[in-house]
Design a binder for this molecule. Structure first.
Ligand code: G6P
Length: 622
């Protein structure tokens, strides 16, 4: 996890670094630090624990740290607690880890990732006279570069390359060398990093939003590549130290997309962006009344040949897989299994050779999903990725990519990316159903119409938000909440429950409605909130019966259904309605009130909605 930034140019570096870090805080926010060089002077390092604002206050929003070349870091602790000593930047010198002020070290750096063979490397470096002040693997990485730099005296790129050959793990690493003022060196393997250039300046960052304000011209650096940046220039090198040409890419997102735009939190802004995210995603795949997946290189022949689909993902993306499992089996009649990426990796894969492995990921960087993709490729399976971040590692490594068009998502709890992923899966399902002859031309057109009506229906669902806000305020002190449903409704319950617990810290569980009575119902007591997702007409009555069993034991019931199912009101205490829609796709509407419920509950409890404790948006550790 963690976010890194770098800047070299003619402006004051510190405010640019702080601004960039503020756009990356979603990646980690337990401590932060920056190092800035003023001309040939030594680098000044400042660190602070807690949120970025603590660091900003300490350096007077950057004014106290002059200089036009620097690097910065926002941390999500992996090795070592979130203390000031463990905060980045780290330095190659032996006793300067907690220093604020000029550092005598030859190398100073920031790192996102995890080094696996750190113990062995620490022993090697200790034998060579290095001492360690922190508990971090990053300090080892920086001292290893310093060791090679001094031993071979060939220069920064050579030292970095030797480090890359020696280290196991993942890293996006940015370094400043005392002998090279105005320059930043960087390297990456399996952790994201992009390089931006503009007239007289160069930047690096873990993610696009950090750069948007300054440049849209970026390079995606490859695994095992290193880069030297100096004002207006970026030079890339392979492991042999030979310079390589990298293509320059233009980012199409605009800077406002990464701002709050008058909303109180990113999460509520992103909830409101869902009609657009879904519309843009659908429009990218439906052209002139026909689904067109040629952008991803997916042909009807390929869809016909598939014997099974294994969806692999983490978190909410896995929940999208759970919804897809029901609708793909129903419409396209392909056996589908949605599996957690962290589990998929460690099992014997007894899959038909014609299985498509489909990875879903907003960031395209989630470590477990990436590892699962690699396992699948290694074993010769065809792979397809549904990804939001263009140029991300998963997007680059999968055989085929379908991009969601949700724009940058900043809140840690995903909303619009989840909805865009669902939309992409619907399109893929309908096309697979058609290609495999499972639906008629008329049904195909009907499903397309249903899909294209979704954005407007999501917008209508959002209009009912005051009622949910009221309900959230009433239940903000709940201890336990159960979300139950069957089929697609169960899959939606999984996401509703996650939204609730991750930002409100209220314990909640999603249960297949029929399973409550096999154990979990013993947790229901007076006042326990049970939320039934009731959009699937033929399953609805059964779930209502399961809710009644909870009510008989004291539960308070909320029902979430579509207009028309008015009998639900007779059985539950509080009802929320969403517009009618085809049952395969109605999950896209049902999830909206549940996102709002999680959001307003978190707000009512006075919590940090966008940056909930212990979490990070992009999870690049296994
Ligand atoms: C983190 C985020 C979740 C997300 C999951 C998978 O846990 O907090 O919101 O669903 O990672 O992320 P991905 O980028 O692969 O979709």
């Amino acid at each position: 996890m963690c976010g890194i930034v770098g800047y070299t140019g003619t402006e004051a570096a510190a405010p640019i670094l702080l601004d960039g870090l503020s756009k990356l805080e979603y990646r980690g926010y337990d401590s932060a630090g920056i190092a800035v060089r003023n001309g040939t002077a030594l680098a000044e390092v400042v660190k602070a624990t807690g949120k970025l604002r603590n660091l900003a206050e300490k350096i007077d929003n950057g004014a106290a740290l002059p200089g036009s070349c620097g690097i910065g870091h926002t941390r999500w602790a992996t090795h070592g607690e979130p203390t000031k000593i463990n905060a980045h930047p780290h330095v190659s010198g032996n006793a300067t880890g907690s220093a604020s002020g000029p550092v005598e070290s030859d190398v100073v750096g920031v790192h996102n990732g995890i080094i696996e063979n750190y113990e062995e490397l620490r022993d090697k470096l200790t034998r060579n006279g290095y001492r360690f002040y922190s508990d971090t693997d990053t300090e080892i990485l920086i001292k290893l570069v310093d060791y090679y730099y001094k031993k071979y005296k060939i220069g920064p790129i050579d030292a970095i390359n030797r480090m890359m050959v020696r280290v196991r793990g993942s890293y996006a690493l940015a370094l400043m060398f005392r002998d090279y003022p105005g320059e930043i060196y960087a390297a990456r393997k399996d952790s994201p990093m992009i390089i931006g250039v503009s007239e007289g300046a160069a930047y690096l960052a873990s993610d696009v939003p950090a750069l948007l304000k300054y440049t849209r011209q970026v390079y995606y650096i490859d695994n095992h590549q290193s880069v030297r940046i100096l004002p207006g220039e970026a030079h890339f090198f392979d492991l042999n130290g030979d310079e390589v040409d990298m293509p320059l890419t233009e980012i199409t997102w605009n800077a406002e997309a990464a701002e709050k735009d008058g909303f109180e939190h990113f999460m509520i802004k992103e909830i409101h962006e869902q009609p657009k995210a879904v519309r843009d995603t659908l429009n990218s795949m439906i052209k002139e009344g026909q689904i067109d997946l040629s952008g991803a290189g997916l042909t009807d022949e390929m869809l016909q040949k598939i014997r099974a689909i294994r969806i692999v993902a983490c978190g909410s993306a896995w929940h999208v897989g759970m919804v897809s499992q029901y609708i793909m089996e129903d419409l396209a009649e392909i056996p589908v299994r949605a599996e957690l990426a962290s589990e998929f990796r460690y099992r014997k894969l007894l899959m038909d050779p014609d299985t498509l492995v489909l990875v879903i990921s907003q960031s395209g960087e989630t470590a477990d999903s990436l590892a699962a993709l690699r396992v699948a490729k290694e074993k010769g399976y065809a792979t397809l990725a549904i990804v939001n971040v263009v140029g991300s590692t998963i997007a680059r490594e999968a055989d085929h990519v379908l991009y969601t068009v949700a724009g940058p998502e900043i809140a840690v709890a995903t909303t619009k990316a989840y909805s865009a992923q669902l939309a992409a899966m619907y399109v893929l399902t309908v096309q697979a159903a058609k290609a495999r002859g499972r639906i008629s031309e008329e049904a195909y057109r009907g499903y397309l119409e249903e899909l294209q009506a979704l954005p407007e229906k999501i917008a209508r669902t959002l209009e009912d938000k005051e009622r949910i806000q009221w309900f959230a305020a009433k239940y903000a002190n709940a201890h336990d909440i159960f979300f139950i449903g069957r089929g697609v409704d169960y899959a939606i319950s999984l996401e509703g429950s996650l939204k609730m617990k991750e930002i409100s810290y209220i314990h909640s569980e999603a249960y297949a409605a029929g399973e409550m009575k096999h154990g979990t119902i013993s947790l229901v007591e007076d006042g326990t909130l049970v939320i039934g997702v009731l959009t699937q007409k033929e399953l609805l009555e059964k779930t209502v019966s399961n809710m009644a069993e909870c009510k008989a034991r004291g539960a308070y019931l909320m029902g979430l259904t579509s207009y028309g199912n008015y009998s639900v009101e007779d059985s539950v205490n509080f009802t929320i309605y969403v517009p009618k829609a085809d049952p395969h796709f109605i999950g896209s509407l049902a999830i909206v009130p549940l996102q709002l419920l999680g959001y307003y509950t978190s707000v009512a409890r006075g919590l940090d909605v966008d940056q909930p404790r212990n979490l990070a948006k992009s999870v690049t550790v296994e």
